[in-house]
Design a protein around this ligand. Structure first.
Ligand code: ZN
Length: 813
């Protein structure tokens, strides 16, 4: 973003976005349209209360701040913008009267007040929100352009449309729109809907004058969740104008690759994109158009798999990097808090769409390791972090009362007033328990109360006590990180499947006094970074443990001996031996006021042998393929194969099957050779002789016939659009043995067909070391599930970590 330098200057912050979810079944009594394609739903904030615990403590600090904030100071720049008198002291930071983002905090405050009121019932939150809405309505009534409501003049919109320098006007307006919607749906404020509807009308009128090209160009500037809030308003009102306006903010440059499941995120401002995906899933719920669902789902998969740190956050310096770059992107500016706020919003909507445990597992990861620990517990007003430094020696910093007002200060107010919104989900009589947070659920309309008492994660157990009676199919999340989970009903162990990464189900008619205990044994485990296997984070169960370094700065990652980790006897507190000496480990969510490290150097990766692996395929049966180099890189056969006479002994004929090579077969390599004999039975475009990768974002492959009709080698770390290629003169023939090889050293890669050079690329800069952790290293199969499997035989498959010379290629038997 052009404005990044301004953000960096203004600091404590970056950019970002907000939101609030309209849960249509949330029982506000309005005539809301049912969301399309939703399988389960969350309970309204009114139905779930926090009990004593770290989340309740965080919420209380934010509640205190919301009541402390001076409404007149928040209104100051709005009133000035409409020629109304104001003698209030101006706010500072990103709310100063000269900051182009001024007014965004008003939206965050409205949302936070609405959520706090819905969740606690305390009238003081609603009355403060009602006052702000009424005063904003007075401003809006004076707008020269009907409906416009902002703390900055409409000329900022002229500038963003004309592609002139301006920060992010629609980003700011989105916050206000969302705040008004929440004051209506969560706090029952009718005037907020009137103001919001007029404002949304202005949005449509302002944008329908533009051509599609003008609008798409404008969307290069961060615009928050405009598509989301307008889709939510459409679901609330049924007015198709709001859906039309929402679609004006469908950003094709981002949506088109995502619809094709391509990772083009490298170099894009992270928190500009995440709200677009939230908007996409809400547009799916509003329209049923599955392309929107696929955009959101693909985005979530790409970000959580290839762009996410151990704490659940993403981005370095606010930007997405190449897939799999984690260890190489540790700095003071990692993991902007807004990003995780928005990823959790997206995750929640995707769980509603498809209630799989992996969504809830990620929710837990980012909630405990990022969001919970982003608020300063020693501030009675809940001051909030912006970035979470992940370099060794980093330290958390926080906002303040009036001189910060960054995006993350704003989303922090929201996060800390809605912790109950993703603990429980339901459909019909089915109840999902996704999170183990001390809380009480009062199931609307059923007369059933479920009280969850736990000190999780300090204890690895939780207890549900039922009041009232009725049939419930209870689905308990069994996290992917546990082993040996146990469920006891009224003290009796239940013999039901407790497979990690799924939900365990207890179906019965529950009665008052029923008690269910769930034990989720935790153990030490580690998350390995994809780009450096020796850089790892240590966890206990789901909780990232960080090293406490007091005032000691660090210039590099300490080396940790994982065998030295010992419990102190206090829950989640450990000691360990590191290269820096003895070190205390404590949960990262509890790490405040001192320097720390989240990542460690653990172990060393032995350098690859020069001759990495050699598969002769001389076995006569079984699914194991020996590695003739003696390096133990044993491969595995999946699916239908047969053994045929090969170039040397047997060959493997792939008849619907493929071969899986070990993970990281060329991990860290900067030079390599892959060589094999191939005899095709049929020539099919995009089949693979080999394809080593981590999905469709990072891979290297050889196909006998590309879409342009010739053999091709390609390598990429940023999806198909980022491929560097060498194409041969023709497709490989069928029915005859052909030797193929690719070598790469420096920037020179050479494709050999029939042991003679077929083509070269002298600008090949992507190497296996850039591909991150490749786990899908296949012979005969593509990273792209739509591509055909190889139909043919393979023999003498060789992998080297150096480039063989032409004469060496010629000499290969
Ligand atoms: Zn932020």
């Amino acid at each position: 973003m052009a404005e990044i330098s301004r953000r960096t200057v203004l600091r404590a912050g970056g950019a970002a976005a907000v939101i609030t979810t309209v849960t249509t079944t949330a029982g506000t009594g309005t005539a809301e349209a049912a969301d399309i394609g939703v399988s389960v739903d969350a309970f309204p904030l009114t139905a779930v209360s926090l009990l004593s615990g770290p989340f309740q403590a965080n919420a209380a600090r934010t509640h205190s701040y919301l009541l402390f904030l001076d409404s007149e100071r928040l209104l100051h720049t709005f009133r000035l913008n409409y020629g109304l008198p104001s003698s209030a002291a101006p706010c500072g930071g990103w709310e100063s009267p000269t900051t182009e983002l001024r007014g965004h905090s008003m939206g965050h405050v409205l949302t936070a007040l609405a959520q706090a009121y819905a969740n606690t019932g305390r009238a003081e939150f609603k009355s403060k929100g009602d006052y702000l809405v009424a005063e904003l309505a007075k401003c809006q009534a004076r707008a020269s352009s009907a409906g416009y409501l902002s703390a900055f003049p409409e000329s900022f919109i002229d500038r963003v449309e004309a592609r002139q320098q301006v920060w992010a006007p629609y980003y700011t307006l989105h916050k206000i729109l969302a705040g008004l919607l929440d004051m209506h749906t969560l706090a029952g404020n009718a005037q907020a809907l009137t103001v919001l509807t007029a404002f949304a009308g202005w949005v449509k009128r302002r944008n329908e004058r533009l051509t599609q090209t003008q609008r798409q160009n404008m969307l290069d500037t961060e615009f928050g969740g405009m598509n989301e809030v307008l889709a939510n308003l459409y679901q609330l009102t049924g007015n198709p104008d709001h859906l039309t306006a929402a679609r004006y903010f469908d950003h094709a440059e981002i949506f088109d690759p995502l619809a094709a499941n391509q990772d083009r995120l490298n170099g894009y401002h992270a928190n500009t994109q995440i709200p677009k995906a939230i908007g996409a899933i809400r547009e799916y719920h509003a329209t049923g158009e599955t392309r929107y669902r696929d955009i959101a789902t693909n985005f979530w998969n790409i970000v959580t798999r290839d762009h996410t740190y151990a704490i659940g956050g993403n981005s370095n310096g606010e930007y997405f990097k190449a897939p799999g770059r984690i260890a190489s992107e540790l700095s003071d500016n990692t993991a902007e808090c807004c990003n995780s706020y928005n990823m959790l919003k997206l995750t929640r909507q995707l769980f509603r769409t498809n209630p799989q445990a992996s969504y809830a597992d990620f929710y837990e990861k980012a909630l405990y390791n990022h969001i919970l620990g982003a608020q300063n517990p020693s501030s009675s007003h809940g001051f909030h972090s912006y970035y979470i430094p992940l370099r060794a020696g980093g330290i958390k910093t926080y906002s303040n009362d009036y001189d910060n007002f960054t995006c993350c200060h704003g989303t922090g107010m929201e996060s800390n007033t809605k912790y109950v919104d993703s603990i429980y989900f339901f459909t019909g009589n089915t109840l999902y328990v996704n999170l183990f947070i001390a809380s009480e659920l009062r199931w609307p309309g059923r007369g059933i109360t479920i009280r969850q008492e736990t000190s999780y994660p300090e204890s690895a157990t939780t207890r549900l006590t039922f009041t009232g009676s009725g049939q419930i199919d209870l689905r308990l999340r069994i996290p992917s990180w546990t082993s040996g989970a146990q469920i006891r009903l009224n003290g009796t162990a239940q013999n039901v499947p407790v497979t990690p990464g799924t939900f365990a189900t207890i179906s019965r008619t529950w009665a008052s006094g029923d008690v269910l205990d769930l034990d989720l044994p935790m153990a030490l485990n580690r998350e390995v970074t994809p780009d450096d296997a020796t850089v790892q984070a240590v966890r206990y169960g789901p909780i990232v443990l960080s090293g406490a370094y007091g005032t000691t700065n660090l210039s590099s990652l300490p080396t940790l001996d994982p065998a030295s980790i010992r419990t102190t006897g206090t829950p989640l507190r450990f000691t360990a031996s590191a290269s820096t000496g003895s070190v205390n480990l404590l949960p990262f969510y509890a790490m405040h006021g001192q320097r720390y490290t989240v990542y460690w150097r653990i172990g060393t990766t032995p350098p690859l042998p020069a001759f990495v692996a050699h598969y002769q395929f001389n076995e006569t049966s079984g699914t194991t393929v020996a590695d003739a180099t003696g390096n133990g890189k044993t491969a595995t056969i999946s699916g239908a194969v047969s053994r045929v006479a090969g170039r040397q002994g047997n060959a493997l004929s792939l008849d619907g099957g493929h071969v899986q090579l070990p993970s990281g077969i060329l991990a860290g390599a900067t030079a390599y050779t892959v060589a094999a004999w191939v005899r095709l039975d049929t020539v099919a475009s995009w089949a693979r002789v080999f394809d080593f990768g981590a999905g469709t974002g990072s891979y290297m492959f050889f196909t006998p016939q590309s879409g342009s009709g010739t053999a091709r080698f390609a390598i990429t770390s940023s999806g198909s659009g980022g491929e560097q290629q060498i194409s041969g003169p023709a497709a490989l023939p069928a029915g005859t043995w052909t030797h193929i090889a690719v070598t790469h050293s420096g920037n020179v890669a050479i494709l050999y067909i029939g042991k003679t050079e077929a083509a070269r690329n002298t600008n090949m800069t992507i190497r296996p070391a850039d591909l991150g952790s490749t786990t899908q290293n296949w012979v005969g199969r593509s990273q792209y599930s739509g591509d055909p499997l190889l139909d043919g035989a393979v023999d003498e498959f060789r992998v080297y970590s150096r480039a063989l010379t032409a004469s060496e290629i010629t000499a290969l038997p």
